[in-house]
Design a protein around this ligand. Structure first.
Ligand code: ZN
Length: 323
């Protein structure tokens, strides 16, 4: 697994980018340093990854700067399960994220799925393929300690940081972190770069709305939850993709197709050929179809993963060179 140093993108603003594309779980993290203070933005998935990130962050922050404040963009484990490596830190998140956290799969459940599921069936194969490299066994999930609704402004030394609630979109509790002086937005999983997103809350128009709010902030840099850094034009391209997917969903829902059928059709057409993990279309389209059906029941996460796994299994069977 790639481990990496922090990249400085503006004075006192650093990004840790462990992912290499077509991956689950390797989320970008951020660090803001000014006047002897620091703010961490999101934590990695596992204690081992978090230790690598924090070692690089402490070097970047410099001696005597405590990493005692964290903003988490949403409740998914790949952004929050590293919190136990920062005991006692003040953790900022939306109130909706705090409420959502208890609905997320537990680390030990995920660990069991990876190791106890049948490796010769799509779900077991897929979990091993994408999550087998992570060790979730000893993770204790810590809740945010400072929650808010709407907006929360922080001061990190001389650097103002605005936390804006933009969910429900990717999850029910998303926030973005805006650094107006450095013209940088940490977008969390509102934005995925390089791979298809997996949006769990939706609908897609909420994700688009959150992206438009990011553009309104006039950033130079957008740090996606996963994948390479973006410029505003990259974000406009991503918005076009979301708009197109939303339109496709509406048409195929109207034709009486299921979300999984719709995903398979779009993949077969090669409609979004440049993006990795096309099987995630089954997840995002299932979310969109639930909204079109006005179905407010909680999604069955395992069923969604199973749909994605079957699609990936079939793609791999058709072309073994494509993982
Ligand atoms: Zn993520």
């Amino acid at each position: 697994m790639a481990s990496t140093d922090l990249k400085q993108i503006a004075p006192g603003v650093f990004v840790w980018q462990p992912g290499e594309g077509a991956t689950w779980g390797l989320a970008n993290c951020g660090l803001v340093v000014s006047g002897g203070q620091a703010l961490v933005i999101d934590t990695p998935y596992t204690p081992a990854l978090t230790d690598a990130f924090l070692a690089a962050a402490r070097t970047a922050a410099g001696p005597g700067v405590a990493l005692d404040r964290v903003a988490v963009t949403h409740a998914n484990g790949d952004h929050t399960w590293g919190l136990q490596q920062l005991p006692g830190a003040e953790v900022f998140a939306t109130h909706a994220t705090l409420e959502h956290q208890c609905l997320e799969p537990k680390p030990q459940q995920l660990q069991a799925l990876i190791h106890d599921s049948d490796p010769d069936r799509p779900l077991g194969w897929y979990f091993r393929e994408h999550f087998g490299k992570f060790d979730f066994a000893d993770i204790q999930v810590l809740p945010p300690t400072a929650t808010f609704t709407g907006r929360r402004d922080l001061q990190v030394g001389r650097t103002p940081v605005e936390l804006h609630e933009v969910g429900p979109a990717h999850t029910v509790g998303d926030l973005i972190a805006h650094l107006p002086e450095q013209r940088t937005v940490f977008a969390g999983d509102i934005v995925f770069a390089g791979d298809h997103p997996s949006h769990w809350a939706g609908p897609l128009k909420h994700v688009v709305r959150a992206c438009l709010r990011i553009l309104d902030l006039d950033p130079e840099w957008i740090v996606p939850g996963h994948g390479p850094l973006m410029r505003p034009d990259d974000l406009r391209t991503y918005i076009s993709y979301l708009d197109d997917l939303s339109n496709q969903a509406l048409v195929m829902h109207g034709q009486g197709r299921t979300a999984v059928e719709a995903a398979r059709i779009l993949i077969k057409e090669g409609r979004y050929r440049g993006l990795g993990l096309p099987e995630r279309l089954a997840i995002t389209l299932s979310t969109e179809f639930r909204h079109l059906d006005q179905d407010s029941a909680a999604p069955d996460l395992l069923e969604l993963m199973n749909h994605a796994a079957h699609i990936a299994w079939d793609i791999t069977a058709a072309d073994p060179r494509t993982p």
